[in-house]
Design a protein around this ligand. Structure first.
Ligand code: SAM
Length: 257
């Protein structure tokens, strides 16, 4: 049991609501930030229990911010814990929020969990997460719950929205105009999917090159004859053209070897 779960299970603390498998995920991605001067923003304060848990885990140097739509949550403010009242689906509220808090090391979206709320929050706040920071959105199972606007492969769910992140992460390799690099490509190092959680880890990207070094294990193959080279060029050209046409009709790719 890690420190977060130990805290969760101890007595005499404020009410917290978390799924039990979340603690491992948090610890795996958050432990490098412990005892540092970091900025944490959690959307969804409820009774303030998780804010206390973060304080206990990250230590006194952490600056903790909470957002909740319930005005009573303001009463839970304390030293180094500031709470903003507003809705995570209100773009102007979120825009004003980022003018009032420093760039974020860890953002946890545990708010209302509807599709709109999660997508708007991501759109407005993702760029405010620092270069080495983390964006975590939880309770993604609502993407499968009809009452929250979810449904398997339903347009507009956060899960469907987040599937684009996989393309953005790989956009440097795209040969099509429909997929260009963007700030996600340039700032994200990895995306981690868990049951009900996505963790996006940012990291400053160095330009990456494909290198070939080291001793060969097998003798080099005999050089290709010019007839073979011509044949290979024809095959490659054919594969490229046919795949261009198939892609236009959104049909499966083909490769003639
Ligand atoms: C699951 S609870 C948060 C639990 C808390 N993080 C914890 O672990 O104890 C969800 C909270 O999100 C808040 N909420 C619901 N809709 C919201 C919205 N549109 N904007 C901001 N907060 C919202 C609710 O008032 C509620 O306090």
């Amino acid at each position: 049991m890690n420190d977060l779960e130990t805290y969760f299970r101890q007595e005499n603390k404020r009410f917290i609501s978390k799924w039990t498998h979340y603690f491992d995920v948090y610890d795996r991605h958050f432990s490098r930030f412990r005892n540092q001067e970091i900025v944490i923003l959690e959307i969804g304060v409820s009774e303030g229990g998780s804010l206390h848990m973060w304080r206990n885990y990250f230590g006194e140097k952490a600056k903790i911010y909470g957002v909740d739509v319930n005005p009573r949550c303001k009463e839970l403010e304390e030293n180094n814990v500031k709470i903003f009242i507003g809705s995570q689906s209100d773009r102007s509220f979120l825009k004003s929020l980022i003018n009032q808090i420093p760039p974020i090391d860890i953002l946890i979206d545990d708010g209302g969990h509807t599709m709109n709320q999660q997508i708007i929050t991501y759109n407005e706040l993702f760029d405010h997460v620092k270069e080495n920071g983390i964006y975590l959105c939880e309770d993604l199972h609502t993407s499968y719950w009809l009452g929250y606007g979810g449904g398997h492969k339903r347009r507009g769910t956060f899960i469907e929205f987040s599937k684009n992140f996989i393309d953005y992460l790989n956009a440097n390799h795209s040969e099509q105009r429909s997929l260009r690099t963007n700030t996600f490509t340039n700032s994200v190092n990895s995306i981690h999917y868990y049951d009900s959680i996505i963790v996006i880890e940012k990291r400053k990207k160095e330009k990456s090159f494909h290198e070939k070094i080291g001793e060969m294990s097998f003798p080099p193959p005999p050089g290709k004859s010019s007839a073979q080279k011509i044949r290979l060029r024809i095959i490659n050209g054919f594969n490229k053209r046919i795949n261009g046409i198939l892609r236009f009709f959104r049909l499966k790719g083909y490769s003639w070897k």
